[in-house]
Design a protein around this ligand. Structure first.
Ligand code: ARG
Ligand code: ZN
Length: 853
């Protein structure tokens, strides 16, 4: 049954305080919860406590055991007279049988929790909704030898011996919080400690807790945490508020990480790094996720969400904040390119498919399914657009106002937008449609030049494509940064202008345009839209060469490549000259940073090319792209060789410059391999063997994995044997093979699913094979449907263990409308088989049934 945003009602009972007592044991943990409850004004409403998979032992009210409670579905209902009581419940749970990884569960012999969104109800009976804020006092008791470390939210207040080889610890969190931010960890963990002194002089004890064997891989995360704490003070004026900040890394985790107050719990892949096992990409992602979770302390914890429809209030804003942090650590231009690439890879397809939903959805069946690229990444773009419209000073004033006014409350997206308006005096009435309308807006843009009058006329028209449940839409306000360049001289003819496209169509007239103008539009990707322009290959090549906005330059190059590839995929023949020239120019330009060059010369992904076609032909897209890669590889052979050799030698350093060189080296190696050069595999293999870091080694392995040289098997074996005891690196081994462009990838993946190291019980491992395979457009969409059948089999098996992770891996099967009737029928048959599976979770049911509609 669907939950609707319009049905929101404030809670009938508040729970100002909760005392939790855990008698921890993996097989049988006893949880005693003492709640003070206070009526919230609504008369006669009974107290309703959510609970799931709990064995209820006792219930008492004001110290007296009762038995006139009742269960209504998953709610424990107690009729209470009067306005204030103390309720105590005792339940038994079994963490070691919790394969869903929601609530209290075991990972690697330790115990940990995940409560967002609705996991707390799997720990104890409670009004498990984000607008019930309580002060938590937590007591943990456990076996001292097995669980020497006992952590919970807030500050530690007392600890002691409990006799019988057991010990206890008490933690108190002075900040009222919703239940989804509760956390505890019990285990045998080592700590890397640090300190941070806040701007007002408070010393915070920092701790990164991991297995003893991993302690040497925690320095980067600790450093990133300190940088994040300083950045949030400088850029948003936000200071940390407790005496301790702990992060625990666990291997079994449903997503990236969780911002529990004072006790973040992370997927170990977003903590552990050293040069031998983590790529530059991993280092970047670790810093970004550490920053993201830390930033939630204000955007999420001090101010939380009224209900789960407001999820983007904390997630979109926090992604925007972590993007800003990462941009400030290195090249802001490259970071913007990466973020837009991510948006186009994950969010645009969501907006164009059966699971499209607004940034603030109107309904859901299972909230876990709404932790999406739309809520997170498009949500961040909404904040970015408001920051653009307001300008930096008014935006900062608006966030200050928001943090001050809503501190300690559960707020809404509307509250945030209202602060933006109030602090700036700018009317955001129309802007609010960005929160309610799904789908990716398109803007048609053209420019005409009257040479005699010296006048340029820019014509813009917006189009809002229909999405499920939203056949018709109103015009959006679309902030577009524009600039004109002169085709003859290459100079800028105007300043950059911010144009707000509010109407369905608009015309902008520019005078004193004395030479033919070329339009640079949506500079910096100022709006998350698709631009349909009629710019010629020559004009795009011109912008790729002359535009002063690095993003626009990259974008012009991408558009040129995309136009070339789409034409080739449809017509089967291609003219590569314009792309080859533009790539050659970019490689030859000494003023460009290698990290930027690496991004600019990379071809759009097969999936993104497919997204441009009316009906995706995965084989045609693949062959068109391979042909262009081969041609670029051959015709620019010398340039790739020198780009490859240009990277300075020397030990690994994680600096923006060194990263850029490694990135360009990997891209160059890819082109050398694509050219079919006889020595390509040898070159890749020698990099693979001599590299002192995972970035180069993984780059070499990926290049080899696409080919059929003997070096491929050798490298895969060496890699496997070298890292057999490192789960995170083995994930790369699975993933690299699943992403391979070889013809036999489908067979290889099906064999890998039988490999002794493959397991559905670990979400990282499941994603490394199934997620990568689903993203491999040609292999997954094999015409015989074998890819679809395989994924469906795996999802049905995974759903029994971990519904959330299964549901997350389903969307590639829902894209049937984008394919030919044969493939569409095969995909639909698998979706139908999933929906008909007895005992299916509501997570997978929601995704699969919506995808069939
Ligand atoms: N709040 C966490 C984060 O973004 C993610 C929680 C995801 N929860 C879920 N049920 N998928 O940092
Ligand atoms: Zn988040």
């Amino acid at each position: 049954a669907a939950i609707r945003r319009a049905d929101y009602r404030p809670p009938a009972w508040a729970v100002p305080d909760i005392a939790l007592d855990f008698d921890l044991d993996p097989a049988a943990t006893i949880v005693t919860a003492r709640l003070t409850v206070a009526r919230n004004g609504v008369a006669d409403e009974p107290l309703r406590l959510d609970g799931e998979a709990l064995e209820l032992l006792t219930v008492s009210v004001d110290g007296i055991a009762i038995d006139d409670w009742r269960m209504e579905g998953d709610q424990l209902v107690i009729d209470l007279p009067g306005d204030a009581h103390t309720i105590e419940t005792k339940v038994r749970i079994a963490p070691d049988r919790n394969t869903q990884l929601m609530g209290l569960y075991a990972s690697g012999g330790n115990l940990c929790t995940q409560c967002e969104a609705e996991g707390f109800r799997r720990i104890t009976f409670f009004p498990d909704r984000p607008d019930v804020l309580s002060r938590y006092l937590v007591r943990l008791t456990a076996d001292k030898a097995r669980f020497p470390v006992l952590l919970a939210n807030g500050d530690p207040i007392a600890a002691g011996d409990a006799g019988d080889g057991r010990h206890w610890a008490e933690w108190r969190d002075p900040f009222p919080k919703p239940s989804y931010l509760f956390a505890l960890v019990a285990g045998d963990l080592a700590v890397n400690r640090g300190e941070f002194v806040t701007r007002s002089g408070r010393t915070v004890q920092l701790g990164i807790w991991v297995r003893q064997a991993d302690i040497a891989r925690t320095e980067h995360a600790l450093h990133a945490l300190k940088l994040s704490m300083a950045w949030d003070e400088q850029v948003y004026g936000r200071e940390y508020d407790l005496n301790v900040f702990n992060i625990v890394a666990v291997d079994d985790f449903n997503f990236g990480a969780m911002e529990n107050k004072g006790l973040n719990i992370f997927n170990s892949r977003y903590i552990l790094a050293d040069p031998d096992t983590a790529t530059d990409y991993d280092y970047d992602a670790i810093a970004a996720v550490v920053a993201h979770e830390y930033f939630h302390n204000w955007s999420g914890n001090r101010i939380t969400c009224r209900d789960w429809f407001q999820l983007s209030l904390k997630e979109g804003f926090t992604v925007y904040r972590d993007q800003g942090f990462s941009a400030d650590q290195g090249s802001a231009a490259v970071k913007r390119i990466e973020d837009v690439r991510g948006l186009r890879a994950a969010q645009f397809p969501e907006d164009a498919g059966p699971l499209a939903h607004p940034v603030r959805p109107d309904s859901y069946i299972e909230i876990s399914n709404f932790y999406t690229a739309t809520i997170y990444n498009k949500g961040a773009e909404l904040i970015r657009m408001m920051a653009t419209i307001l300008g930096p000073q008014a935006f900062r004033a608006a966030t200050d106002l928001y943090f001050e006014r809503f501190d300690g409350t559960a707020a809404t997206c509307e509250d945030f937008v209202a602060c933006m308006e109030e602090a700036s005096g700018i009317d955001l009435g129309q802007f609010r449609r960005w929160y309610s309308q799904a789908g990716t807006s398109r803007v048609a843009a053209s420019i005409a030049h009257d040479a005699g009058e010296g006048r340029a006329t820019i014509r813009l028209a917006q189009h809002q494509p229909p999405t499920p449940g939203q056949p018709e839409k109103a015009a959006m306000v679309i902030p577009l940064k524009l600039r004109l360049f002169g085709a003859e001289t290459g100079r800028a003819l105007t300043d950059e202008q911010l144009f707000l496209l509010k109407d369905p169509a608009a015309t902008i007239v520019v005078d004193d345009v004395t030479e033919r103008p070329v339009l640079s539009i949506n500079r910096g990707f100022s709006a998350p839209v698709v631009i349909d322009s009629d710019r010629s290959a020559a004009d795009l090549a011109f912008l790729a060469r002359h535009d002063d906005d690095p993003f626009a330059r990259y974008e012009a190059m991408q558009q040129l490549m995309l136009d070339t590839l789409v034409a080739a995929a449809i017509e089967g023949r291609a003219d590569h000259d314009a792309v080859v020239d533009a790539v050659a120019d970019t490689l030859a330009n000494p003023d460009l940073d290698p990290a930027f060059v690496a991004e600019a010369v990379l071809l759009p992904s097969e999936a993104f090319i497919g997204d441009q076609l009316a009906i995706v032909d995965p084989d045609a897209v693949f062959h068109a792209r391979e042909a262009l890669r081969r041609d670029l590889g051959k015709r620019l052979a010398d340039q790739w060789r020198s780009a490859y050799a240009a990277a300075p030698d020397g030990p690994y350093a994680y600096t923006p410059a060194a990263k850029g060189h490694r990135r360009l080296r990997a891209v160059a190696l890819g082109y050398i391999a694509a050219s079919g050069a006889a020595d390509a595999a040898g070159l890749a293999f020698s990099l693979f063997e001599s590299a002192d870091n995972m970035t180069d080694r993984q780059g070499a392995l990926s290049a080899l994995a696409n080919g059929d040289a003997g070096e491929r098997e050798a490298a895969l074996d060496i890699f496997y044997n070298r890292y057999a005891d490192n789960g995170l690196v083995l994930d790369k081994w699975f993933q690299t093979q699943a992403l391979s462009s070889r013809d036999d990838t489908g067979d290889v993946v099906r064999q890998l699913a039988e490999h002794p190291d493959f397991t559905l019980a670990n979400p990282n491992r499941a994603r490394s094979l199934l997620g990568a395979f689903g993203a491999n457009q040609r292999a997954f969409n094999a015409a015989d449907g074998s890819g679809y059948r395989f994924l469906a089999d795996q999802l049905i098996a995974l759903d029994k263990l971990n519904p959330q992770t299964a549901a997350k891996l389903m969307p590639p099967l829902g894209r049937w409308r984008r394919f030919d009737p044969n493939r569409a029928a095969l995909m639909r048959a698998e979706l139908e088989r999933i929906v008909a599976t007895p005992g299916l979770s509501k997570d997978l049911f929601e995704q699969a049934s919506k995808s069939l509609d």
